[in-house]
Design a protein. Structure first.
Length: 330
């Protein structure tokens, strides 16, 4: 029955005449864990959560060779909650990602609901927790994760340098600037070094104000130790301004990996609502596809700051969080 369902979905994604020339992959992540949060208004909260280290998902991706070095590609990715079986991302069918694109010698262009270049730079280079578990940097830094109606361009890589540009169309009638987002990243990647310079701007619903984030980050792999650094300057709505600093390491040894980071948020307005976070995580690979994990993080809020310890799919309820779970990729 499952094979029949997959075949029907695949046949609806590409023309029948092109099926023989196309490659479609079904993939996903099943992640479930125990979460304990304290320090919030609700007191201690204990839950069985889904998507603690990585958001649980079921995805379909594929490519078709159009000839002349040009390929068409697509991704349709559904988010789900393993603990209840319900849909994530507010019930959207493909709430994690849904886009179609073309790639070739000049680069690639894609259209749809996608991760912003800024978010990918934070997740893949700056944050040693890769936007998952209790210690993720996104608990107190801007993530700018997904953009609807996004048109994105990725340049070819030349001598290690590349660029990503994206525009999220607000699609507000009679106001083309409202809700519009811009996101761009300049990158340099060598054998062991990755550097990212990113910028992200988001207009409000009336285009009368905007938020903006500028990020500089790097990752270096010494083999026995992987170091992460990041610095961000932030402009929020209504005059909010702040700076973030991130430092962390990943230490792999055999099937084990230890991750730790420190994140500092400095509110540069008169309110001075600062915060800092320490995070510690551990994963053990049972196989190439399955691992178990544990993590703990604590946020120190000052002068009325209200940051909370969340994980890959939840915002959290208090200033401390502990995780223990299992993740399987397929």
């Amino acid at each position: 029955m499952n094979k029949i369902i997959i075949a029907i979905m695949a046949s609806s994604l590409v023309p029948a005449a092109a099926m023989a020339q196309s490659a479609v992959t079904v993939y996903g992540v099943a992640d479930v864990g125990f979460v304990r949060e304290t320090g919030g208004a609700e007191g201690s909260v204990n839950t069985l959560g889904s998507g603690v280290a990585s958001g649980s998902r079921l995805g379909f991706k594929g490519t078709e060779d159009l000839g002349g070095g040009v390929k068409a590609y697509f991704v349709l990715e559904n988010g789900m909650k393993i603990d209840t079986g319900s849909a994530a991302q507010g019930g959207l069918l493909f709430g994690r990602q849904a886009y179609l694109g073309l790639s070739g010698t000049p680069g690639s262009v894609s259209f749809g609901r996608q991760y912003s270049p800024y978010y990918r730079a934070m997740r893949d280079v700056v944050d040693p927790f890769c936007d998952g578990l209790a210690g993720q940097a996104g608990n107190i830094t801007a993530s700018n994760a997904r953009l609807d109606n996004m048109v994105g361009y990725t340049s070819p890589t030349l001598s290690g340098f590349a660029a990503e540009l994206a525009v999220g169309m607000g699609e507000v009638p009679d106001n083309s600037a409202a809700k519009r987002a811009y996101s761009t990243v300049l990158s340099y990647t060598a054998k062991a070094l990755a550097v990212r310079l990113g910028w992200h701007q988001q207009q409000n619903a009336l285009a009368t104000d905007s938020s903006a984030n500028t990020l500089l980050g790097a990752r270096y792999d010494w083999g026995v130790l992987e170091g992460h650094l990041g610095y961000a300057r932030n402009k929020g709505l209504l005059g909010a301004r702040s700076q973030d600093a991130i430092v962390g390491v990943n230490v792999p040894f055999g099937p084990h990996k230890v991750t730790t980071s420190y994140v500092r948020h400095d509110d540069t307005t008169h309110a001075n609502r600062d915060a800092s976070q320490w995070g510690l995580g551990y994963t053990y690979a049972l196989s190439k596809r399955t691992d178990v994990y544990a993590a703990y993080a604590r946020i120190s809020n000052r002068n009325g700051a209200t940051f909370k310890v969340g994980n890959a799919t939840t915002d959290g309820t208090g200033n401390t969080g502990a995780n223990l779970g299992i993740r399987h990729a397929f």
